[in-house]
Design a protein around this ligand. Sequence first.
Ligand code: GDP
Ligand code: MG
Length: 177
Amino acid sequence: YSEDEQTEDYLFKIVLIGDSAVGKSNLLARFARDEFYPNSKSTIGVEFQTQKMDINGKEVKAQIWDTAGQERFRAVTSAYYRGAVGALLVYDISRRQTFDSIGRWLNELHTHSDMNVVTILVGNKSDLKDAREVTTAEGKALAEAQGLFFMETSALDSSNVSAAFQTVVREIYNILS
Ligand code: GDP
Ligand code: MG
C-alpha cells in the first residue's frame, strides 16, 4: 500500500437529534472530552466537534453536530441536516414523551437528508433505572421496525457512549469504503 492510502481522509458528518434535555450535548461531551455536566443548559451546545477515530486501522474523522437548544422550538434548520451521513436519534428512557417524539424526528431527518443516512436509536439515561418509563424491548422493537441500530446509553456513567458513536461511524465506513 502507498503512503497516500494511509493518510486518506475520511470526514463523516453526524447529527445529534431528539427532544430537548434527553442528553444529546452530554453524550457528545462524554464521547469527545470524557466530561459530564450534571446541570447543563443548552448553552454548552457547540456547533460541531470533530473526533478522530480508528476504524479497521484507518483514521476516520467524525464531525458531530449538536444543536444549540433550538429543538425546544422545533426549529432545527435544514442546514443542520445538510450533508449528514449519520445520525444519533436520542430519547430519554425516563421520559416516555421523548420516545413518542422519535417518529417526528425520523420524518424530519428523512425530509432534510438522504434516506440512507446511517441512524442509531439511542435510549439515553440508562442509569436512571428506578425512573424508567420505556423498556429496552420497546426501544429495540421500534429500531427493528424502522431499520435502525439500537443502544441504551448513559452519558452519566459512560456506558455504551463510545459504542453508539462507533456503531454509526463503522457502518458509514463499511458502506463508503
Ligand atoms: P440536550 O438538551 O439533549 O442536549 O440534553 P443535555 O445534554 O443538556 O442534558 C439535559 C440534562 O440531562 C442535564 O441536566 C444532564 O446532566 C442530564 N443528563 C444527560 N445525560 C444523562 C444521563 O445519561 N444520565 C442522567 N442521569 N442524566 C443525564
Ligand atoms: Mg443540548
